[in-house]
Design a protein around this ligand. Structure first.
Ligand code: C2E
Ligand code: CA
Ligand code: CA
Ligand code: CA
Length: 279
């Protein structure tokens, strides 16, 4: 029994070392992936209610490995944030999203907006404004069609600094959204101080909206509050016609989710605009 215990410890040590090695390997892999151009963006449409028109897309990053496997952002964005690599990856995502929208516009595709997710580190980076100006200038897209999504927890992290950064982005004419709304701890008074345009209602409240009276009440109250503050609301994770109908009844402004489309590679996203619900 004693030796089993010792083996237990040794095993634990080995497991920890292995985890640290794995982390270092992944960090090196991420650096190379960026250099080799292995990141891709997929685009998920946002559908206006009640018109059911495609009004814009959210750009979501994936890692396409040389062997053809597609890695979800949940498996590498957290480490990219910890190591600071998110700065370069995030700038790539913003630039690429703007260039994609430029191509769609050149092909005559309507007044679509493009949303990009912004991490805490990017928001704190003083170089962000210059990067945004460059991405806008190089793509020629109107600033009002570029949207940044900032999670509620990031927005609440360092309020005074966040407000300063958000004001600078707003001064460029961008649209700002609070992502995953309802999962953090926003005080309503603070929400009023942020120069934001929209809330994205977190998927966790949408999933059981028809069966859980608490979720339904949270959705209803959030939409009412947002409208009172002059904000629009996008519901995430809409997977069924019934959820969409329920949210439409609450006057939710836009919907996003698998019911309409999964995040799509560029060519399919473009196809979706032409042959889908828009135009
Ligand atoms: P998010 O911003 O909350 O994005 C929504 C996530 O929900 C996406 O996962 C999307 O594919 C998924 N989703 C959309 N509709 C549905 C639905 O109807 N049902 C379900 N079950 N899921 C749905 P994804 O693409 O794996 O992205 C995960 C997270 O990674 C994103 O969450 C975002 O926080 C982060 N992320 C993605 N791209 C970037 C990026 O370029 N930069 C940064 N900083 N973060 C990113
Ligand atoms: Ca988002
Ligand atoms: Ca979200
Ligand atoms: Ca979410």
């Amino acid at each position: 029994a004693k030796s089993a215990g010792r083996d237990g410890y040794r095993f634990f040590d080995a497991a920890m070392t292995e985890a640290a090695d794995e982390r270092l390997r992944l960090e090196a892999d991420l650096r190379q992936a960026l250099k080799r151009g292995e990141f891709v963006l997929h685009f998920q449409p946002k559908i206006a209610s009640p018109s059911k028109r495609v009004v814009g897309f959210e750009a979501l990053i994936r890692w396409l490995r040389p062997d053809g496997t597609l890695i979800a952002p949940g498996r590498f964005i957290p480490l990219a944030e910890e190591t600071g690599l998110i700065g370069a990856i995030g700038e790539w995502a913003m630039h690429t999203a703007c260039q994609t929208l430029r191509r769609w516009r050149e092909a005559g595709l309507c007044n679509l907006s493009m949303s990009v997710n912004l991490s805490a580190r990017q928001l704190r980076n003083p170089a962000l404004i210059v990067q945004v100006k460059r991405a806008l200038a190089e793509s020629g897209i109107p600033p009002g069609l570029l949207e940044f999504e900032i999670t509620e927890s990031v927005a609440m992290e360092d309020p005074s600094r966040t407000i300063g950064s958000l004001r600078a982005l707003k001064a460029l004419g961008l649209v700002l959204s609070i992502d995953d709304f309802g999962t953090g701890y926003s005080s309503l008074a603070y929400l009023k101080l942020l120069p934001i345009d929209r809330l994205k209602l977190d998927r966790t409240f949408v999933t059981d909206i028809e069966t859980d009276p608490n979720d339904a009440a949270i959705c209803a109250a959030t939409i009412r509050l947002a409208h009172t503050l002059g904000l629009s609301v996008v519901a995430e994770g809409v997977e069924t016609q019934a959820q969409a109908a329920y949210l439409a009844g609450l006057e939710c402004d836009e919907m996003q989710g698998y019911y309409y489309a999964r995040p799509l590679p560029e060519a399919e996203a473009r196809h979706f605009i032409v042959h889908g619900l828009n135009c």
